[in-house]
Design a protein around this ligand. Structure first.
Ligand code: C2E
Ligand code: MG
Ligand code: MG
Length: 722
């Protein structure tokens, strides 16, 4: 309680209220005390007067012995009066001024100054000249001769009793003041001051730390309901709002600051620092997903001449336009940044192949080369590109960016339009692809493409029952300078460039036409299998193409088989199943190529209306007792290596056997034929025959040969049969 009061008094408001209450009570008490003190004094004097007069009257009335003169009476009266308490002196004057009797201290009132005993009817009170005494003057006329009596009384005695009275009242008043002040202060403290002080503290703290204003809430108890409680509740609500808006402001400011620190303002593209961050994430993602990643750095050639010739604002507009075009050229996951005045960078997630990055770079350069209409002028920009590939050219963001910039520096030493890879091998590879791509365009028209045919052998219980059941058409490119180019070299390029559609169509038409021709020659050609690439397979026109090719050649659908690789079929099972069904409707035979190299999802295989599964050659190679392989192994290694080579070989064989057994079992259970690819040795064939494999294909049976040569094989077969 005392602490509460002390606390109240420490506050300015508390002190002010305390003093005001004190003064107010004091003022009220004084206003009451002074009139009552005055009245008290009057009453006391009045009482003294009454008493003195009554004593005097009693003394005169008491009768006097006979013969006493008026003078004696006066003397006796004076003597009697001074014996009374409070009376110091007395004088009695006779009317007519005949002598006077005196007793005690001399009185100031004389016969002259005293009113005439006859005239003065009203008693009178006078203050002596020294101010210390009263002199009461009155006329007694009780009996006999009227007398004028003067009684001198002590004024101090009166004052002393008055002072005593004042002291008593003062003490009482003090107690009242203390009690009331303390009471008022206490309730004031509880009800007003304490909340106001808390409000004061909270406001000061919140003002000093507005961001966290809501940590200084007062939390009014809900039971309290008055105006002050309303104020405090409103205060809390205000602090909460202040904190919220401060935080929102700060978040906005931080976002803005972060954006500014990460972007360059002209094009609003990420800057070099942010690119490093983005690239870092992309590298981690690529490493996790085991996917490729390419970093392209693009330099605008002779950009200074734009600034010099058309002005800086035209230069700015051109850079913005370049940024816009680059952004339009990348895929959703890719990023474009501006890492220098006229240098841009692109992060390409999972480019198709090295060729994919080069193709993208070419596309971007083509986009930049389209004329800009800037400041009324048609502006054509050109550029060069440096490319680095993850992980070949660097394991982290910094290394990759550096490699791409080094490649760009190399490209800058060459002609405008140069695209250069960080590694020389990559550059060569890109150039090779570039060359293949441009030459391939003319290859069809020039008739440089050709189909070779490789026989497929249907296995019987013994070799005598084996028979030629089909042929696979394998494309070759008879290059005027480089000779026979294998499909492994140009099919992926054609796939990336889109040329595969035309080439694939040509292969289908060619195969159909060849079957018709062998028919015409009476060679009873077997069914011919044509390979279908991923892009072709996704082409909605494929079934129509196949149908037209067969119709044009005039052959039945049972003469044609289509091979789709497992990876192609599994990449989008739903649409693959639909395409397979559409092809199946034509009546052609369908097989899954290179089975075992992709996802090998056996459950999905059930959903495909296919006829055959081609077990990939990698599983066929280790099959059988591997006599040839072991000979090769011991020839290569020394004596010590022999055992290691043998255990490695037998481990691989065990693995291949397990997989081929599984695929053969699957084929049997799903009612699909199983064809083994790449059979080169008799032991492989023996193994496959005993395992129940339906067909084999490989160098052991026959290599891919030109149509003419395959025609000879057919003719020889016919002769043998005859
Ligand atoms: P694929 O369809 O799996 O064809 C089998 C490949 O194995 C052929 O290679 C063939 O020459 C080779 N081969 C056959 N028997 C043996 C053997 O006993 N040992 C070894 N080591 N290899 C053997 P090729 O002709 O180089 O074709 C490679 C791939 O190119 C083909 O693989 C196929 O995916 C693709 N391809 C070929 N022609 C075409 C075509 O006209 N269109 C499309 N889209 N792709 C084609
Ligand atoms: Mg094939
Ligand atoms: Mg294959």
């Amino acid at each position: 309680m005392l602490r509460d009061i002390a606390r109240s008094l420490k506050s300015r408001l508390g002190r002010r209220v305390g003093v005001t209450v004190l003064l107010l009570i004091l003022g009220v008490e004084i206003a009451i005390f002074i009139p009552s003190a005055l009245r008290l004094r009057e009453d006391m004097i009045g009482a003294l007067e009454e008493r003195v007069r009554a004593v005097a009257d009693a003394a005169l009335d008491g009768g006097s012995p006979v013969g006493t003169t008026a003078g004696d009476r006066a003397a006796r009266l004076a003597a009697h009066l001074v014996r009374q308490e409070g009376v110091r002196g007395a004088a009695v004057f006779r009317s007519g001024g005949a002598g006077a009797a005196r007793a005690g201290e001399p009185v100031e009132t004389t016969e002259e100054t005293a009113p005439s005993a006859i005239g003065a009817v009203q008693p009178e009170r006078r203050v002596t000249s020294d101010g210390a005494h009263y002199e009461l003057v009155w006329r007694t006329g009780a009996t006999g001769e009227p007398l004028l009596v003067v009684a001198r009384t002590d004024r101090q005695t009166l004052s002393a009793s008055l002072a005593y009275f004042a002291l008593r009242v003062g003490g009482l008043v003090s107690i009242i003041i203390v009690v009331v002040t303390v009471g008022v202060m206490l309730s004031l403290h509880r009800l007003v001051l304490r909340p106001v002080l808390a409000l004061h503290r909270s406001m000061r703290a919140a003002t000093a730390d507005p961001d966290n204003a809501d940590s200084y809430l007062l939390g009014m108890p809900p039971t309290r309901r008055d105006e002050l409680a309303d104020v405090l509740t409103a205060h809390d609500a205000m602090l909460a709002r202040v904190a919220e808006s401060k935080r929102a402001d700060r978040a906005r400011a931080e976002d803005r600051a972060l954006w500014l620190s990460r972007h360059e303002p002209l094009t609003a593209l990420p800057n070099r620092a942010y690119l490093a961050e983005i690239l870092g994430r992309a590298v981690a993602q690529a490493a996790r997903a085991r996917q490729g990643l390419a970093v392209l750095t693009i330099d605008i050639a002779r950009f200074r001449s734009v600034n010099d010739g058309y002005g800086a604002s035209a230069g700015d507009a051109a850079l913005r336009e370049v940024a816009r075009r680059l952004l339009s050229a990348v895929r959703p996951g890719d990023a474009v940044a501006r890492i220098g005045g006229d240098i841009f960078a692109v992060v390409m997630a999972s480019p198709a192949e090295p060729g994919g990055a080069a193709a993208a770079a070419r596309r971007m350069l083509d986009l930049i080369e389209k004329p800009f209409a800037i400041e009324g002028a048609d502006l054509a920009l050109r550029g060069r590109v440096g490319i680095s590939i993850h992980p070949d050219d660097g394991a982290d963001a910094a290394a990759l960016l550096q490699a791409a910039e080094m490649a760009l520096a190399g490209a800058k030493r060459e002609a405008i339009g140069t695209i250069r890879f960080a590694s020389a091998a990559m550059t060569l590879e890109a150039r090779r692809r570039q060359r293949i791509e441009s030459e391939l365009g003319r290859a069809i028209e020039r008739g440089e493409l050709e189909l070779f045919y490789q026989p497929k052998l249907s296995l019987g219980a013994n070799p005598a029952l084996d028979r030629l059941s089909g042929a696979e058409a394998l494309i070759r490119w008879r290059h005027p300078e480089r000779g026979l180019v294998s499909p492994g070299e140009f099919i992926p390029v054609a796939e990336a460039s889109g040329q595969i559609i035309a080439i694939g169509l040509w292969a289908i038409e060619q195969a159909c036409w060849q079957v018709a021709r062998w028919d015409r020659e009476g060679l009873s050609a077997p069914r011919v299998a044509v390979n279908i690439s991923a892009q072709q397979f996704r082409d909605p026109h494929l079934p129509a193409h196949v149908a037209r090719a067969m119709a044009d050649a005039g052959i039945g659908a049972d003469r044609i088989e289509l091979e789709i690789t497992e990876t192609t079929a599994m990449s989008d099972v739903e649409s693959a199943a639909a395409t397979i069904a559409a092809l199946k409707m034509l009546g052609v035979t369908l097989s899954i190529d290179d089975f075992g190299t992709g996802y090998s999802s056996l459950s999905y295989l059930r959903r495909f209306a296919i006829d055959a599964i081609k077990l990939d050659q990698s599983f066929v190679r280790p099959l059988g007792d591997g006599a040839n392989d072991q000979a090769a192994g011991s020839a290569r290694g020394g004596v010590g290596d022999h055992a290691a080579v043998e255990t490695e070989a037998s481990r691989e064989r065990g693995h291949a056997e397990a997989i081929s057994e599984a695929v053969l079992g699957l084929g049997r259970s799903l009612g699909k034929k199983v064809i083994a690819e790449g059979v080169e040795r008799a032991d492989q064939l023996d193994y496959l025959r005993t395992s129940g494999c339906d067909e084999v294909q490989g160098y052991l049976v026959g290599r891919p040969v030109p149509a003419l040569e395959f025609g000879e094989i057919l003719r020889a077969g016919l002769k043998r049969a005859a």
